[in-house]
Design a protein around this ligand. Structure first.
Ligand code: ARG
Length: 579
């Protein structure tokens, strides 16, 4: 139940009756202290001014005319201009019951839209590194949440699988007589990346080699069978390895979600002709360029976006224009969200503008670039290996698991090795993911092993532990769940606070679906776990005087656990049942 929205609407309805022409936008907040009401209208004074009324006078009208009285226990005015809203406990109990019995926690599906989420998108012939972490895991949270809400979500792994580097690689592999060329064998991605670096060096220093590489690019682009076969092998070696990373990260991307740059290659010649025909692109010194007045260069002139080079090669931009056309016309996208770092912002906006000018997509298509900051080390510099290289994701995850092993060994020295490894994999990888997801994606953040693996604060271990603690309370009670038939009885302040927090879940989910900000969920789960602790400390559950109260509190605990579990699941964080 999005209670804030309900209260807002109820108040708005009263205001509209007073004067239907004006806009009010009541601001409702969830109070920390119950003395001021569970919820509060914060901008009463401003609204009163619009209506030319005294705040107190207006509050009286609102209180008298508000509908859905069953939700509200009491509505009061407080100086200088607030309306305090106390929620009816019986109504809260009914809502909790809805959450208890529903696998969707009482959240309705919404009008489905076709939403493309463009995320992860690594480049071929290289191992995934920490630069891909944010896009991959934040994108995946949004996918999970949009899917949960009932949308038709299309995961798009827009891998960099096309371009001049492939000519270079094919030429190099041939040079070193690699088995992958001559014996249709496979090599590791690690080795492939090394070859890539060597090929690049050779390309820059050896003219003959460079020429051969360029020839191979043309051949590949023209569909030459030999080149195509090697290229396919390179893509496959990379993506098999990446798929392992997705699996370890508990990310939902599957091989079928990969639609790389190469896929759009066929469309590109027509796009160029069409843009020229529509007078959007012009030829200048042999290149095809779109001049955009929306962007100015240093001289104040319209900026040119090259879409075809002199040598007839296409560019990253050309692909993204074609990709937009495809996603709208073939996939019928209503909304497209890109998770790429902020350096690509201009590139994306340019592609969007050009696609709109060409009428490939409508003006009102929802296009969003959800940017994110960088991972920094403790000295606030980009997070790198000691010798200054980017950190491979596989290495980072291995370290996370090793650190989790040390942590758990300390806590539970007698745990069997197999169990220890199983648990450490979940705890270690969750910690890395959660540390990232819990930071506002718009900012850089400092990667800190000790903090993320701590059992205190807004961390994965804290939330995972809170969950297991509730499970153990429920287990200890030895009351079967089917015996929890009666509705929750809400009396103590900590019970009511917890209940209202549980109800806030829907609001959080809807907000993330709109803004693509998983940190809101982390903060919510942290608060929920904290509210549970307060409840647990102030209300005895297993030793409650009456069995009725014991059952009610068990049920409230169970609903809390259910909400934690669902929230963690949306974050792609695995739960454990014992810790
Ligand atoms: N492969 C690109 C990179 O590694 C990201 C692709 C983002 N998506 C897009 N449609 N351009 O930087």
């Amino acid at each position: 139940m999005h209670l804030k929205k309900v209260i807002k609407k109820d108040i708005e309805n009263v205001l509209i009756k007073i004067n239907p022409i004006k806009k009010y936008n009541p601001i409702i907040i969830l109070n920390k202290k119950i003395t001021m009401g569970h919820y509060q209208l914060n901008n009463l004074i401003k609204i009163a001014t619009i209506l030319d009324l005294e705040p107190y006078e207006l509050s009286k009208i609102i209180i008298k005319n508000i509908k859905k009285k069953n939700i509200y226990k009491e509505i009061t005015f407080s100086q200088p201009g607030f309306i305090n809203i106390f929620i009816n406990h019986d109504w809260l109990s009914i809502e909790l019951e809805n959450i208890f019995i529903s696998s969707r926690l009482g959240i309705n599906r919404i009008q489905p839209k076709n939403i493309v989420v463009d995320y992860s998108s690594p480049n071929i012939a290289k191992e995934m590194h920490i630069g891909h972490l944010r896009s991959t895991i934040i994108g995946d949270v949004i996918v999970r949440i949009l899917y949960f809400l009932g949308h038709n979500v299309i995961r798009a792994n827009h891998i960099g699988d096309w371009g001049t580097q492939f000519g270079m690689l094919i030429a190099y592999l041939e040079d070193i007589k690699s088995k992958i060329v001559f014996q249709d064998d496979s090599i590791s991605l690690e080795k492939l990346e090394k070859f890539y670096c060597k090929a690049k060096k050779k390309y820059d220093s050896d003219q003959l080699f460079a020429e051969k590489s360029r020839e191979y690019v043309v051949k590949l682009q023209n569909g030459d069978k030999y080149c195509h076969k090697i290229w396919k092998k390179l893509v496959s070696i990379t993506m098999i390895e990446n798929q392992k990373i997705y699996q370890r990260l508990n990310v939902t991307l599957k091989p079928d979600d990969t639609v790389g740059e190469s896929f759009y290659n066929e469309m590109l010649p027509n796009i160029i002709t069409d843009l020229k025909n529509k007078k959007i692109a012009i030829e200048k010194n042999g290149s095809t360029i779109v001049f955009l007045k929306e962007f100015k260069n240093r001289l104040g002139e319209s900026m040119g976006v090259v879409i075809q080079k002199k040598d007839k090669g296409f560019l990253y931009s050309t692909t993204d224009i074609a990709c937009l056309k495809y996603r709208y016309q073939k996939l019928h996208a209503d909304r497209i969200i890109y998770y790429t770092d902020s350096r690509q912002h201009q590139h994306l906006i340019q592609a969007w503008i050009i696609a709109k000018k060409a009428n490939y997509i409508p003006q009102n298509l929802l296009l969003e670039h959800h940017v994110f900051g960088m991972m920094l080390s403790k000295n606030k510099r980009p997070f790198k290996t000691r010798d200054g290289n980017t950190i491979k994701l596989s290495i980072l995850l291995n370290e996370a698991i090793q650190r989790a092993v040390n942590l758990i060994k300390n806590k539970k020295p007698y745990l069997r090795k197999k169990k220890l490894i199983q648990l450490s994999e979940i705890i270690g990888i969750s910690a890395v993911k959660y540390a990232d997801l819990s930071k506002n994606r718009n900012t850089n953040y400092i990667f800190d092993w000790d903090k993320m693996l701590s059992f205190e604060g807004n961390t994965a271990p804290y939330i995972q532990y809170a969950y297991t603690r509730i499970l153990s309370i429920i287990k200890k009670s030895s009351i079967p769940i089917i015996k929890l038939k009666e509705k929750v009885i809400l009396k103590k302040e900590s019970e009511i606070n917890l209940a209202i927090k549980i109800l806030e879940f829907e609001e959080i989910v809807l907000l993330i679906a709109k803004k693509g900000t998983p940190h809101i969920m982390c903060k919510y789960l942290y608060q929920l776990a904290t509210y549970f602790s307060i409840f647990y400390e102030s209300c005895s559950i297993l030793f409650a005087k009456k069995i009725k109260i014991c059952k009610s509190r068990l049920k409230l605990s169970l609903i809390t656990a259910k909400t934690l579990k669902k929230g963690l699941n949306m974050l792609g964080i695995q739960i454990v049942t014992k810790m």
